[in-house]
Design a protein around this ligand. Structure first.
Ligand code: ADP
Ligand code: MG
Length: 460
């Protein structure tokens, strides 16, 4: 029995079988270091990069502490954004499958309050959500944390960046003193240190070093004048020709401007930032994940924790002040053995930021001349797929198979012309080969899914 096998942990047979069925063959480094402490009820500070398996670190550990016969919230997980809370909720649901009768409720903004209130009234053991909405529930007394056993602060650094410090402290005041507290953070700035000091009790610290190797992420820096930023960005696309890219900007205005600029130069791009309406954010994420958009222009907050697989390039339209953020951004490319590229633009007054990255990575940054970029002016990004929205969803008991069946059967599409299908509460999104769009729209003009007429439209 090796040290990183789940069977080395005091877990039930059902739990081990469940992990096996999820394809979890062995613990990730953060899990191997963290879970034993969580099982022992210790407070924990865990520092590890995105995708290292932090959710299961607390999920597996805390599941054992839950009493299914007590119908109150025993585990509370605070996340910075709704997307992250969704992801954590999904992962936890998979992990609790082996333990009957454990209920989980998501408490996030942008969703009906009443529905969450009812779920809480019927007794939920685990609550996952964003600080704002959880505070709302506490204020309206629809959530009671007196029976709380464990509190998880997930992506704590980002929550503080987003200005949630006061709200988090107010929530903590409503939890029992003897609770277990776990704090997860990709970075460990002073603000987090302070928070750890005030809310954790004799914590154990585990840290897994970021594993970014040169062989995996190729980094280059380009010095430009402020007025050359846009054109050099274009030059980077024309030279490197990445298939999927996230361009990082500081502000929402910049995101919109850069996305518009790229669009007007045949590079279809979408902007995502914290100010978008929830539904618009969902749509942008769906379109990026289903490959009907392959360039995203994002702020750090909006891109945080996105489960973006196989990203070819990360471009920093501006360098962040904090080198940890730089490393975090570029860590989104070059995953799982693939080579990624990380490109950064900086102006004279941002030279200090390049220096900071050099010191942080403990190696020189490669400064390239933008004039040396080999431009192919014909380069364009027009994804093969487009996204169609239909006005039926989970609420109508629609499943992906129903949609697939209607499109490949009655509408006459080939299976290969249909991509990812995302089902939401009252609507669904379907990735469709652009060449087949007409056919689909014609079909939905009077066609049905599961006997129901549906309204369909292309989103663009
Ligand atoms: P983080 O919170 O550290 O960014 P997640 O907890 O979201 O990472 O996990 C990232 C992905 O890895 C998820 O898809 C999860 O299902 C998967 N995963 C987690 N632990 C394991 C494991 N031990 N073996 C295989 N896959 C795992
Ligand atoms: Mg996570």
């Amino acid at each position: 029995m090796s040290g990183d096998s789940f069977s080395s942990l005091p877990l039930s047979k059902a739990q081990l079988a469940n992990l096996d069925s999820l394809g979890y063959q062995k613990m990730t480094p953060i899990q191997a270091q963290g879970i034993p402490h969580v099982l022992q009820g210790k407070d924990l500070i865990a520092q590890a990069k995105t995708g290292s398996g932090k959710t299961a670190t607390f999920g597996i550990g805390l599941l054992n502490h839950i009493n299914p016969r007590f119908f109150g919230v025993q585990v509370l997980v605070l996340c910075p954004t709704r997307e992250l809370a969704d992801q954590v909720g999904k992962e936890l649901r998979k992990l609790v499958r082996s333990t009957p009768n454990i209920k989980l409720v998501l408490l996030c903004g942008g969703k009906p309050f009443g529905f969450q209130k009812d779920s809480l009234k019927h007794g939920a053991h685990i609550a996952v959500g964003t600080p704002g909405r959880i505070q709302d529930h506490l204020t309206r007394e629809t959530l009671n944390l007196e029976g709380l056993k464990a509190l998880v602060l997930d992506e704590a650094d980002r929550m503080l960046d987003m200005g949630f410090a006061d709200v988090i402290n107010e929530i903590i005041e409503q939890t029992p003193e003897n609770r277990q507290t776990l704090l997860f953070s990709a970075t460990y700035p002073d603000t987090i240190k302070k928070m750890c000091h005030s809310v954790l009790h004799e914590p154990v610290t585990v840290k897994v070093e970021a594993e970014h190797h040169d062989s995996v992420i190729e980094q280059a820096f380009y010095q430009v004048k402020e007025h050359q930023r846009n054109d050099t960005l274009l030059a980077l696309f024309e030279h490197y020709q990445p298939e999927t890219t996230v361009v990082f900007c500081h502000t929402k205005i910049q995101c919109n401007e850069v996305a518009r600029f790229l669009d007007s130069h045949n590079i279809e791009a979408l902007a995502i930032h914290g100010d978008l309406e929830q539904r618009d954010r969902d749509q942008v994420l769906v379109r990026f994940a289903n490959k009907s958009c392959s360039v995203l222009v994002a702020t750090d907050v909006a891109a945080r924790g996105l489960d973006i697989k196989s990203l070819n390039a990360v471009i920093n339209f501006e360098l962040p002040r904090d080198p940890e953020i730089y490393v975090h951004r570029i860590g989104r490319t070059g995953r799982a053995g693939e080579t990624g590229i990380a490109l950064s633009l900086f102006i004279d007054s941002e030279k200090m930021r390049v220096k900071a990255v050099e010191e942080y990575q403990d190696k020189p940054c490669v400064i390239e001349n933008p004039k040396a970029l080999n431009r192919d002016a014909k380069f364009a990004v027009h994804p093969i797929m487009a996204t169609m929205q239909i006005d039926v969803g989970r609420k109508n008991k629609i499943r992906a198979g129903d949609i697939l069946g209607a499109l490949t059967g009655d509408a006459g599409l080939a299976g290969s012309q249909i991509g990812k299908i995302d089902i939401f509460e009252v609507q669904s999104y379907i990735a469709i080969d652009r060449k087949a769009l007409r056919k689909v729209l014609d079909y939905f003009a009077d066609g049905k899914i599961k006997g129901r007429s549906v309204r369909a439209r292309m989103i663009s």
